[in-house]
Design a protein around this ligand. Structure first.
Ligand code: ZN
Length: 193
C-alpha cells in the first residue's frame, strides 16, 4: 500500500501532516456557490497537489488522483443554525462507519475523512465508554503494526503472529469499534431531532 502506513509502528498522525479541506473556508470564499472549482496545496514550497470539487445544494463531489488511482465520490453537506442568525456549514464525514459532521476533512491513504476517523491527535475532554472503546481498538491496531483510526484498513497479520491470535485480536477490535459506532449513530440521531 505504501504511503502513510509503511513500516512506521506506533506512528500517530498529526493534523499538519495530512492535506485537509475546510468547509467554512470554502463557504466564506464563495467556492460553494460555484458549480466547480479546483483546490490546491503547496507542499514544501514547490510540490503541489490539486483536487476538483463539484458542488450542488446538499453535497459536493471530490475528484482527485492519489498514488495512481482515481477517486470521485460525494460528501454530504449539512448546516446548523447559528445563535445570532445564519447557518454554519458542515461536511458529513464520508466514512460509512462514521457520518459525523465535521468542519474539516483530512486525506489519509485514500479518502478524505474527519479527524476522528484518522485518530488525529484527538484530545478527549470527557473520556466516555465510547472513547475508551476507540482507544482499545486503536491499541490493537497498533499492536498489529497498523494505523489507529477506524477509517484505515484493518492491518494484515504480522508475519510471526499465529492466525488464532490475529483472529482473536481482530474480533476484539471489531467489538470495540462496534461500541464506538453505536455511540456515533446515537449522536447522529440526536442531531436530526
Ligand atoms: Zn469520520
Amino acid at each position: 500500500m505504501g504511503g502513510y502506513s509503511s513500516g512506521r509502528v506506533g506512528w500517530r498522525a498529526k493534523c499538519e501532516n495530512l492535506l485537509s479541506i475546510d468547509v467554512r473556508r470554502w463557504a466564506r470564499g464563495g467556492n460553494l456557490s460555484r458549480r466547480y472549482f479546483g483546490w490546491q496545496w503547496t507542499i514544501n514550497g514547490d510540490r503541489t497537489c490539486t483536487i476538483g470539487v463539484y458542488t450542488s445544494d446538499n453535497h459536493i463531489e471530490l475528484a482527485y488522483t492519489k498514488d495512481g488511482e482515481q477517486y470521485r465520490y460525494p460528501v454530504r453537506l449539512t448546516y446548523t443554525p447559528c445563535y445570532l442568525g445564519g447557518a454554519r456549514r458542515w461536511f458529513v464525514c464520508p466514512s460509512v462507519r462514521c457520518q459525523r459532521r465535521a468542519a474539516k476533512l483530512y486525506l489519509g491513504s485514500r479518502y478524505f475523512a474527519c479527524r476522528r476517523c484518522y485518530n488525529l491527535a484527538y484530545q478527549s475532554q470527557c473520556y466516555s465508554h465510547h472513547d475508551r472503546a476507540l482507544t482499545q481498538a486503536g491499541k490493537i491496531r497498533l499492536k498489529l503494526d497498523g494505523e489507529e483510526g477506524i477509517a484505515w484498513p484493518f492491518p494484515d497479520k504480522p508475519k510471526r503472529m499465529r492466525w488464532r491470535t490475529y483472529e482473536r485480536l481482530r474480533k476484539r477490535c471489531e467489538q470495540h469499534e462496534g461500541i464506538a459506532n453505536e455511540r456515533l449513530l446515537n449522536l447522529a440521531a440526536r442531531w436530526l431531532e
